[in-house]
Design a protein around this ligand. Sequence first.
Ligand SMILES: Cc1ncc(COP(=O)(O)O)c(C=O)c1O
Length: 446
Amino acid sequence: MNIVNNNTDIRSNQPLDAYWMPFTANRQFKQSPRMLVSAKGMHYRSDDGRSILDGTAGLWCCNAGHGYEEITNAVARQLSELDYAPSFQMGHPIAFDFAERLKSVAPEGFNHVFFTGSGSESVDTALKMALAYHRARGDASRTRLIGRERGYHGVGFGGISVGGIVNNRRHFGSLLTGVDHLPHTHAPEHNSFSKGQPEWGAHLADDLERIVALHGAETIAAVIVEPVAGSTGVLIPPKGYLERLRTICDRHGILLIFDEVITGFGRLGAPFASDFFGVKPDLFTTAKGLTNGVIPMGAVFAQDAIYEAFMGGPAETIELFHGYTYSGHPVACAAGLATLDIYEKHKLLTRGSEISNAWEDRIHTLKSAKHVKDIRTVGVIAGIELNSREDAPGKRAYEVFVKCFEAGLLIRVTGDIIALSPPLIVEEGMIDEMVETLGQVLSETA
Ligand SMILES: Cc1ncc(COP(=O)(O)O)c(C=O)c1O
């Protein structure tokens, strides 16, 4: 399973206190750290010299796997040529090249790309675009934003306001005003052990009509959802659900935003979730796979009609008072262009469609494993929900995460749900290895 090579043990007694780690139990981690020191292909290497199979593409971001020389070289070349350039009232060619290339992989009609530095920034950007779009069209009463329970849209104030994960919200005050939420679509009592889109639950989209009736359509700017909710534990949209959201948004002049930060760039076996599900939003957000995770970057894709709504005033007017110091960063653009070359060369934006059946079949063999309560799969994503320990939700899955790491497999857990999303270069034998390790660890976990 895991390759132990003690010759490469580079553990050190380095001080750990200064780094305040994100989304981490700092004190627990620093007592017993898990350190990754290098990566190549489908594997990380830990500081004690073990090979760790990457079951999560890092953090849903290294869609092509790790350690591509082509990306390294492109980044190095760009650094030596133009390390940074401002993007406000200035330009540099590679940002225009990258936007043009992205347009060529995006669903038809998404011909405009706004660069950000992360998924959270992409979300805030898309929400602000939606608000400003209505205003630009003389519809300034549309200020309300609708998210969804259990949604994850990053950690900016916009994202946590429309997001629906309680721990990401409860510590941070009153958040944005004028936000409402659709119900989540998690319904294991109807849809357990689903492969692909579950049958039950399209009607949950109709709750948008209730929200419209409550607030008035003329107050609502946009609805934002993840096409597949990832961070909350893999919730796959029921058949017909996204179509219904689209129809209701159209009926009431509400913009639909898809947060494709994890579904973008091949995760479902199609370039984007809107290709996979056949439903087009007005705006969609990306990050992560945009640069294969190697340099932080995000991008918001806008339909022509959205962009054009901003382009009506005098030409010397700044149309959108928004942007980041690192929008269109030349080095990130270089990484992104090299990433697109790799996706193209290895056909990774659609490879998921070739392996998703094998993925699904093998993952679902864990149905009989100890503690397993539900399994959900779509594209190259799996959610494996465990029965929680009484009075200790999340503890069992955390233990499974630690034991898997020790056994040479990186998984991700949220509450008592395991999420798997390996790089899209994953081979069937590696899927077997993941299933075997996970099954073994589950059998040894109380
Ligand atoms: C759907 C979605 N939106 C936004 C984000 C935030 O991205 P970032 O962590 O790059 O800010 C994430 C991160 O996991 C995500 O899954």
